[in-house]
Every structure is written in C-alpha cells, then in structure tokens.
Design a binder for this molecule. Sequence first.
Ligand SMILES: [Fe+2]
Length: 212
Amino acid sequence: MTFSRRRVVSGLTALTAVAIAPSVNAALLRTPSQNEGPYYPVKLPLDHDNDLVQVAGQTKQAAGEVVHLFGRVLDINGKPVKGANVEIWQCDAQGRYHHPGEGRGPADPKFQGFGKTMADKTGAWRFRTIKPVNYPGRVPHIHFRVSGKGFGRITTQMYLKDHPDNEDDFLFAGIQSEAERQSVQVSFNPTKGIDGLAGKFDIVLGGNARAE
Ligand SMILES: [Fe+2]
C-alpha cells in the first residue's frame, strides 16, 4: 500500500482539531522523565522524517502494525510549546533496534527506527510508525526526546495502555505516581479519517522539567 502523506496530514489535522481542546488555567501533570536507554541512534538515519514506516529508497513498508501517533507539547498551564523538537526511537517488529549495540540481529531495513519532527504553532506533532512490541526485559514502548525553547530537554518513554506486563517493567514501575503512569500510556484505536490505528500522547513540559 502506498502511503499518502497528504491524506495522513489532513486526517490528523481534522482529528487533532476535534480531539484536543486547549486546557486553560488548569495546571497539568508534567510528563515524567524516563531513562534514555542504550539505543538512541549513534548516527541519525539519512531519512529521519515523521514517517517511520516508509524509508526513502525502500519499495516496501516496514513490518509491523501501522499506527498514527500524535499529540501536542504543552506547558504546565496547557499553553502550546510551538516549535518544540520531538524525536522518537523504537525497535522494529521483531524487537530489534538500529544500533551497533543491538545483539539480537539486524533490524528491519524497511523500518526507520528513528524519527524527528517539530511541533506546529498549536504544539501539535505526529508520527506514522508501528505499534511497539516487547523485547527481552522490556514491555512495548517508544522512546521520546522533546525539547522546547525555555524548557531544556526531557527524555521519556510511552507505553501501551493497560498492557498486562506494564507493572512488571522496571522502568514503567519506577514512575512515581499512578497518575504519572497513566500519563505515559497510550491506547491505539481505529479512528475515523485515519487509515489504521491512532493514539494520542500529549507531552507536558513543566517549569521543573529536568534539563539534560
Ligand atoms: Fe527501548
């Protein structure tokens, strides 16, 4: 199947317009920081756009279940952090990273593994990727690095909503409060106007966000 960027972009614009109402005058819960882990790319792939499923030069798309992941970068008062840089990285459908330290074998060359984008003026960002899978020692997750002017950089991880093994994951279980654990879980569901499953992950940069 050929990926139509225009279709994805317009669909997600409509989706974010109805799904996310700005929160005004309400202090939000800051997204908890999480360990970066060992697999941030040593060298960024030449193609590092926000579509991780289709890699430049590859005729076929990545193995795995395609999902659309979108959200906004907000400050603690719900104000958009426009122009925030959002990076994600994750393993392929077989649990392998594009990284020299990956010992489980070569990762899927059709999966980008890393993507980078910039939040628009409403703080909105989006990626097309695969639904994360587990690998030995970890439940499914996607790594995030987010930086916004005046906030420094935070690193965190996103998990699957109510995955039965989440509580057994040492990093997930290490998140201090239930509310914070809820805040990093995303459910992927069929969504009108989207060719596949979609999930929303809002990232809140607080005044006390840990600068790295
Ligand atoms: Fe990881």
